[in-house]
Design a protein around this ligand. Sequence first.
Ligand SMILES: [Cu+2]
Length: 426
Amino acid sequence: MRIMMAIVFALTLTLSGCLPQPDRPGDHDGAVVVDAGGSAVDGAPVPDGDVPDLDGALSMSDGARDAAATVDGGTLSVAAMLTSACTAGVCTPSKVVAYWRNEWDNYAVRRTIEFNDVSAAEHRLVITDEAGRPATLELEPGVPVTLTIINPGDTGSTGKHDITAPELFRAVAWRRARTLAGEYRAAHFDSFHVRRRSGSELSVTLEFVPMNAGTFDVYCQLGVPSGNAYEAIVAGTVEPDLLATAGHAGKGARTTATIRGGLGGTITQPLAALGADPRRAETNPVWATAVRDETYRASPVRLYEFTDEEYAFLPVNLALRANVGSVIRVSNPSDNLRAHVYSAATFLAESVIRKAQDDDVEVDSSTLTSVQLTVGAWMDLFVVPSRGATYGSYCDIGVQLNPDGTPRLNTGHALRGMVGTLTVAP
Ligand SMILES: [Cu+2]
């Protein structure tokens, strides 16, 4: 254990010594190690729950390998990204993101969308660049984008709004979505709802690499007929009515995003097995008050630090029931010192995911794999487990990967005790 700790510590020192380390909320706990450990779930789902072979050869995670490559490689380019992430024009989303990850802030194009309610009948999306000048969502393929969505706390906004773009969000390789509470990781997302709080500007920041060419609708779905029929919209069997005047899109809160062509590589996003399940909608009876199970919202899963070297998930096991809407709150207690991750990729892949949310933002994604929480933050997972089974959960910070991509639970925060189970009764 001491040796392993020394390796992790040495890796932290080495990487943080030679890489730019921008100060960002949520990245304060040894950003490189967080990213290295998180790389596997930062795009591609990692099977969890299987205890890895303790005698297996130590394998560096993608993030750590990429860090080394970046330092040696000098200037990054889209052409070099294609070489490292694509074969015969087919690109792996997690490799696309891994190529840019450590120098993201040096290369990312920055755009902001701010909601602006001019009147009850007229809503706008105000798009600006990093200098605050008017801008569009015309995106260069292969180049990272950092897109911040803001709901102002002044009279410019009258309530909650969202950015919905299921087709755009499947044409990009996702790194993550960040909020003050931490980050959400998924293969792809469908919609981000930003609450309004008087006097505070609430926001979510999306980090992705545009890949597949096309022109895509981007809109606020409130009141929009079929506005949240994500899978059917992507399949082309349903069109949201963006012109209906009852909807925010119809009042003007809509735009288009364009990804230019000519990249020479494309990605294919996985279809979530339960992505089209009607229980994703909040109006489904499974979510009725008193029907849904709020046991672990009343008594949240705490990401606990006993000492600097001994952590835990408390409670260790969550007892859930198949086909019951369950709200699981995960909290990082405010007397902790570090950010932590709740990763349960297999459980989430086999559950209907209505949404994940924190104090500011609600996130719709059928492919969520893990969430990272900053100190003092909480997040809720609204899920319907689909079958009786036992699943594993763990904190992936500092966790190394086996050659087959499974996590080595005898490393990182998992080694220090941050592992758990979810037992679903049929
Ligand atoms: Cu942790």
